[in-house]
Design a protein around this ligand. Structure first.
Ligand code: NAG
Ligand code: NAG
Ligand code: NAG
Ligand code: NAG
Ligand code: NAG
Ligand code: NAG
Length: 840
């Protein structure tokens, strides 16, 4: 019997395929894989084959990681499972990949469905690439006819695109699985909205759930913490061919995916080895304000309000339905204020809302060539224009976005975000201009506080960087972290460094002590995690040891402070000159490219919170020590407010910012940080959000107004914490959970001593403790004008003067006297300086 030669070859190949199918990454024309056979990518990262998800017995064709077969990154027949194990994936006679059941005459369960010219179909092959992409290629021309990355399921791998290919008419978007047992098309999808200024939008069915904000030239405007970094990069393309976004992992040894799940969460996962598996490093939406339209049209959502209600109206607007707002439902949004005057050629202006996720940009008008000034004119000239903003924040800002309809889904950030200019009638805009102290930009409402970048994003960066460091270290000392590579490898000499003076010559000479990066790298053992002392809002702190044995604490500042090298140097010089026995000594700093570090004296006893909030260590501080600590802190703050050449408002006074030297003398740290970073630059992490909340004065928390009196407030809280050995956990709902409220109630009942730290035993002078409580309560009074100055405080602590009776404490509910019902808000603090720091 004679076989045609071609057929014989094909048969042989088929046999071969059965034998060693595990080693192949390609199916050629007329070949197939059966259930139980696999394709494996060249470097063995990905596998393609049949699988059953979870507890299901259905069979699907999918791609997964070889080292982690539960991470299925793509599914072919997600809505058409094979109900037995007879499935066959074939490169069929028409040049398409098709999924069939053996011996079944039915329609294919799945097919690539591209049109292939008949002349070229036997030169077609399907290959599983190392990137996880499954491609159908015309081998001679290397023409890609179809690829799995154009049809994402619930996972986005690095270098896969989301968005519109305008030439081919493909819209790539991610869709969740139905459940862990069913990869079928689910209800949540992440899509590119190409209209207006493009944004990523997460949908649940047809409803918008979350919005990334527009691409502002550097990043998504609604994810302010996801700034360019050394671990991942994001690139956005918008031209006549496509509107797409892709991301990349810069270190090829990191495996990472982005997923969308059925509950409407987007997550980025990193592979952390067999033991830990996939660990989430970023996820969105994360807080109530991420929910699309939470505060309705013309509403602004602030996740960190003290009252727990997150919605406010735009300047000049008021709630559509005050009743709903009373029951904390802001979704009805806002309307122009009753009785407001015309905003059409009637002296109207714009009020700046800073650090916001600008409203939905899908229906805006976008003009790329206009500057900010021209944009204002453009908006002013059309009476239907309700707001404008810069589209691209690079190079000082360019591109003009103007809004005409309802302004939906605005979110307040404490840092980052963009500025939105809202049209307001003559009256309102005059009000806001005045409020901001004559500053025409009307940036009155800067909640410049602590809370900063959304929690997830900050931890994303920290974790990403940490695990990346860990990996590096695991690979052995030979390899230095990339950040430091060019110095370590000698591709940059010491002479290239911007600053010449080494500390060894300079330390002690007072003027401007600069350290080399290499010195710090060595001192901290390459920022080893073993040397990490903690992380605060401004960055991570490491312990280090200089060659001469001097111990130091290195604060490695978070990036993107936006401040120039010269400005930063000047600030450090100024701050370094502040010297007081109750302030931590700043030895100097280190600047290298993006790196900014501050070098402090090292405090062996770490920080006060480790003592007063620790049930064992608490007893190490008797009343005498505590009183000395309270006085020391008061003196340190007074020096900042009054005695130093610069008037400095600390703005983040709290137990963890008070360090203790070897004799338990208190030393304030992080002073001058607000100054060094400017209002806008204070970053945050989870601890800080929680930790600092309890120390915030009402006018600061609600209106962003800070003054020396806000520091007095924080000092009061701190003093009361030291006396009671308890944290002032802030809980609006229940004043009994917040120390200040609780203490206030007991004070009124004359039982304040009940709450004094029990570890003090009975061995304290009742009179002195009562006096300190009273001084503390005077500092936390609701109205800033009622609070004493720091000078008063130091005086009261040191002398037996008669003390005033404190009025109602902020955030407490029991009133002491009728006069204390004054509402919180701007009116109560009008007399207080709104300036942070004034040069003297
Ligand atoms: C599997 O599905 C086919 C049709 O798609 C059907 O004819 C067959 O009975 C099913 N088998 C089982 C075991 O359900
Ligand atoms: C289809 O099934 C038949 C009989 O069950 C078997 O002999 C044949 O090898 C199968 N074909 C493929 C391509 O697996
Ligand atoms: C395999 O190739 C991919 C893409 O080129 C790369 O990201 C990955 O690190 C490689 N994996 C291994 C184990 O070499
Ligand atoms: C998806 O939405 C539909 C319609 O709202 C609902 O019936 C279905 O249960 C949802 N499916 C999942 C997996 O949530
Ligand atoms: C306001 O936002 C916070 C933070 O996301 C959230 O915990 C709180 O429940 C929100 N308040 C309301 C009334 O939704
Ligand atoms: C104002 O802008 C809107 C939206 O672009 C446009 O439809 C309208 O014609 C403009 N009106 C005037 C007077 O230019």
């Amino acid at each position: 019997m004679k076989f045609p030669k071609g057929l014989l070859n094909a048969l042989l190949l088929q046999l071969l395929l059965l034998q060693i199918s595990t080693a192949l990454d390609t199916i050629s024309f007329d070949q197939s894989i059966k259930d139980g056979e696999f394709l494996i990518s060249k470097n063995e990262t990905f596998v393609l084959g049949f699988f059953s998800p979870g507890t299901s017995s259905n069979r699907y064709v999918g791609i997964w990681y070889k080292f982690s077969d539960d991470m299925v990154v793509w599914v072919a027949n997600r809505d058409n499972p094979v109900n037995d194990t007879t499935g066959i994936l074939t490169l069929g006679s028409d040049g398409n990949l098709v999924l069939l059941r053996n011996n079944s005459l039915g329609l294919p369960l799945w097919s690539t469905s591209v049109s292939v010219s008949s002349s070229s179909k036997n030169t077609i092959a399907a290959q599983l690439l190392d990137s996880g992409n499954f491609v159908l290629v015309q081998q001679e021309s290397q023409n890609v006819l179809w690829q799995s990355s154009d049809h994402p399921t619930h996972i986005l791998l690095a270098s896969m695109k989301i968005g519109l290919d305008r030439k081919r008419g493909i819209d790539r978007y991610m869709t969740s699985w139905n459940s862990n047992n069913d990869p079928g098309t689910g209800n949540c999808s992440l899509r590119m909205e190409p209209n207006g200024s493009p944004q990523l939008i997460l949908y649940k069915n047809e409803a918008k759930l979350w919005r990334s904000g527009q691409w502002n030239g550097i990043q998504w405007g609604g994810i302010p913490g996801m700034t360019p970094n050394n671990v991942f990069s994001i690139s956005f393309i918008n031209n006549q061919d496509e509107v797409t976004v892709t991301w990349k992992v810069l270190d090829p040894s990191i495996f990472s995916v982005i997923t969308v799940d059925g509950s409407g969460q987007i997550q980025q996962l990193i592979w952390q080895g067999q033991q830990q598996g996939w660990v989430a490093v970023w996820s969105d939406p994360i807080d109530a304000c991420d929910r699309y339209g939470k505060c309705g049209p013309f509403g602004n959502c602030d996740p960190y309000t003290v009252s727990g209600f997150n919605c406010t109206c735009f300047p000049g607007y008021e709630p559509n339905s005050p009743q709903d707002w009373d029951i904390r439902d802001g979704s009805g949004g806002c309307k122009r204020q009753e009785g407001s005057i015309s905003m059409c050629r009637n002296g109207e202006g714009f009020v700046k809302m800073d650090h916001v996720k600008v409203p939905d940009t899908s229906a805006i008008k976008l003009e790329r060539s206009l500057s900010l000034e021209a944009c204002e004119k453009e908006c002013l000239s059309n009476c239907s224009c309700l707001a404008y903003a810069v589209a691209d924040v690079r190079n000082g800002g360019s591109g003009c976005m103007t809004w005409y309809g309802d302004l939906m889904d605005t979110k307040q950030f404490t840092e980052g975000g963009e500025a939105l200019y809202v049209r307001a009638d003559a009256l309102v805009s005059a009000q806001y201009t005045k409020k901001s102290g004559g500053d025409s930009s009307a940036n009155n409402k800067r909640l410049a506080i602590i809370l900063g970048v959304s929690i997830s994003v900050t931890s994303f960066l920290i974790i990403a960087v940490l695990c990346w460091f860990k990996r590096r270290r695991n690979k052995g000392r030979r390899e230095q972290p990339k950040l430091l590579n060019d110095i370590a490898s000698g591709s940059r000499s010491r002479e290239d460094l911007p600053i010449e003076n080494d500390v060894d010559e300079q330390r002690g000479k007072a003027d401007l002590p600069f350290f080399y990066l290499s010195t710090i790298v060595e001192a901290t053992e390459e920022f080893s995690s073993a040397n990490m002392l903690g992380h605060g809002g401004f960055g991570i702190v490491y312990k280090g040891s200089l060659p001469d044995g001097q111990e130091i604490a290195v604060k490695r500042l978070s990036r993107n402070s936006g401040q120039g090298v010269e400005e930063f140097k000047n600030e450090v010089k100024l701050i370094a000159k502040l010297q007081h026995r109750n302030l931590v000594r700043l030895f100097g700093c280190c600047i290298d490219k993006e790196e900014r570090m501050l070098i402090y004296e090292y405090m062996p006893n770490r920080s006060l919170d480790l003592f007063i909030f620790d049930k064992n260590k608490r007893s190490l501080l008797d009343w005498g020590k505590r009183f000395q600590i309270i006085i020391g802190i008061a003196r340190g703050v007074l020096y900042l407010h009054q005695d130093s050449r610069l008037k400095i408002i600390h703005r983040d006074l709290k137990a963890s910012n008070v360090l203790l030297d070897s004799s338990m003398n208190p030393k304030i740290s992080d002073f001058g940080m607000a100054r060094m970073f400017g209002d806008d630059q204070i970053e945050a992490n989870t601890n800080r959000v929680v930790g600092t909340y309890g120390y915030m004065s009402p006018e600061y928390a609600m209106d962003g107004l800070y003054s020396t009196k806000s520091d007095v407030f924080s000092f009061g809280v701190l003093a009361l914490e030291i006396i009671c050995g308890k944290k002032n956990n802030f809980q609006f709902e229940d004043s009994y959970l917040n120390l200040v409220g609780q203490l206030w109630d007991l004070w009124i009942e004359g039982k304040a001593l009940d709450i004094v730290d029990s570890s003090l035993g009975q061995s304290y002078p009742t009179h002195e403790v009562m006096r300190c409580i009273q001084i503390g309560l005077l500092c936390v009074q609701e109205n800033a004008i009622d609070r004493p100055t720091m000078l008063d405080v130091v005086f009261m602590l040191g002398n037996e003067t008669t003390l005033l009776r404190p009025k109602k404490a902020a955030f407490s509910f029991k009133n002491s006297a009728p006069d204390s019902s004054t509402s919180r808000g701007a009116s109560s603090v009008n007399d207080v300086t709104v300036t942070v720091i004034e040069a003297r």
